[in-house]
Design a binder for this molecule. Structure first.
Ligand SMILES: Cc1cc2nc3c(=O)[nH]c(=O)nc-3n(C[C@H](O)[C@H](O)[C@H](O)COP(=O)(O)O)c2cc1C
Length: 371
């Protein structure tokens, strides 16, 4: 089943193994520009049925970590063109993950060292951002105090998403994925903990979902709604560890995300992506949630979070999911679909070279060769 094809947004994916969005902090400086090393990295993994880029900032204020790529300047668009052309030549499909971190940023990463923007002026706690201290060197630090967007500014950010999607189209991507997970800007509008607005973008759940709805409609103007995906990270236990990872947890995630899924189903988007908790001893996503999501959302559902061949088969066989992101495993095994198909041994990921650096731990993981 994992090796059968899948229809997504009018495309035929060759298998159900996906490269999920993975920030690697290796764009060229200055300017956060995609480069030849990134061309090689994505092309090496083009045997995936589906690939999503690392989080890619839609505008300068959308950046929360040094060296992550953007899609708002012409140089960035030209850089991405080389990536999409090479991936297509290798038979791959690539969506661009559109990212705005909102309050999860630092003055040093912001234009004119301004405060990061957010739905409400509430600082992010228990999360770290990454700033450059010298060329090729940086430190993890606390996010800066954000300022709240005015209603007119919220609408301007929706337009920045629209422009970024048009840029992604110009760069040759097959579609876009909205990063609405992990405590970043769209998630900050959705969660009642981070959104205390009193205008039409705050208050009841319908209002808190309005920003997402308008962004989906805006980016659909570039690609058509079927080439738009949305990524959520619904978590169901607000333990300390989850707060560290997310910076926030909704009080009723089932209701929040099933309501959001219904809205997205009505907007006719191409797929929904669910990032599951992925740390050691992470709680499983409740089966009742998987089932409710399947009953609500009709297009493909992608899951990621410590997937193995067996876990993916179990979710497919129950009819809950269609496409499976393998994150750290795909980083370490560029030929992952081949290895999974033939049950070959897997390389281990090197945690020390995930973010930033050279080709080491990026493009130098070996494909399988017979010992
Ligand atoms: C190095 C690294 C970078 C990540 N960057 C992103 C990102 O840019 N956007 C996103 O939505 N998720 C990001 N994630 C989450 C992954 O997409 C995925 O959900 C997670 O790694 C769980 O899958 P795994 O257990 O197979 O690694 C990142 C994870 C890792 C390990």
């Amino acid at each position: 089943m994992l090796f059968s094809s899948l229809k997504l947004g009018g495309l035929t994916l060759k298998n159900r193994i996906a490269l999920p969005p993975l920030t690697r902090c290796r764009s060229s400086q200055p300017g956060n520009i995609p480069n030849q090393r990134m061309v090689e990295y994505y092309t090496q993994r083009a045997s995936a049925g589906f690939m999503v880029t690392e989080g890619t900032q839609i505008e300068p204020r959308g950046q929360g970590y040094a060296w992550t790529p953007g899609i708002h300047s012409q140089d960035q668009i030209e850089g991405w063109k080389k990536v999409t052309q090479a991936v297509h030549q290798a038979g791959g499909t690539l969506f661009c993950q559109l990212w705005h971190v909102g309050r999860v940023s630092h003055n040093q990463l912001q234009p004119q060292q301004q405060a990061p923007i957010a739905p409400s002026a509430l600082p992010a706690t228990n999360v770290r951002v990454f700033i450059e201290t010298a060329p090729n060197e940086g430190i993890l630090t606390s996010p800066s105090e954000p300022r709240a967007l005015s209603t007119a500014e919220v609408k301007e950010v929706v337009e920045l998403y629209r422009q970024a999607a048009h840029n992604a189209k110009e760069a040759g991507f097959d579609g876009v994925e909205l990063h609405a997970a992990n405590g970043y800007l769209i998630n900050q509008f959705i969660s009642e903990h981070t959104n205390q607005r009193t205008d039409e973008y705050g208050g009841c759940l319908e209002n808190r979902l309005r920003f997402l709805k308008e962004v989906v409609e805006a980016v659909s103007s570039a690609f058509g709604s079927q080439r738009v995906g949305v990524r959520f990270a619904p978590l169901f236990h607000s333990t300390d560890e989850e707060r560290v990872y997310l910076g926030l947890v909704e009080s009723d995630p089932h209701h929040t995300y099933i309501t959001a899924a219904k809205m997205l189903n009505d907007l006719n988007i191409g797929y929904l992506s669910i990032a599951e908790a992925d740390w050691d001893n992470a709680p499983d996503l409740p089966i009742s949630f998987r089932q409710a999501l399947r009953d609500t959302f009709k297009a493909p559902i992608m899951y990621a979070g410590k997937y193995t061949l067996e876990k993916a088969q179990y979710v497919i066989e129950n009819g809950w999911g269609d496409l499976f992101g393998f994150g750290r495993t795909f980083i370490a095994n560029p030929d992952l679909p081949h290895r999974l198909a033939h049950q070959l041994p897997l390389n281990e990921v090197d945690a020390g070279s995930l973010y930033g650096g050279t080709e080491k731990g990026y493009t130098d993981y070996p494909t399988y060769s017979t010992p």
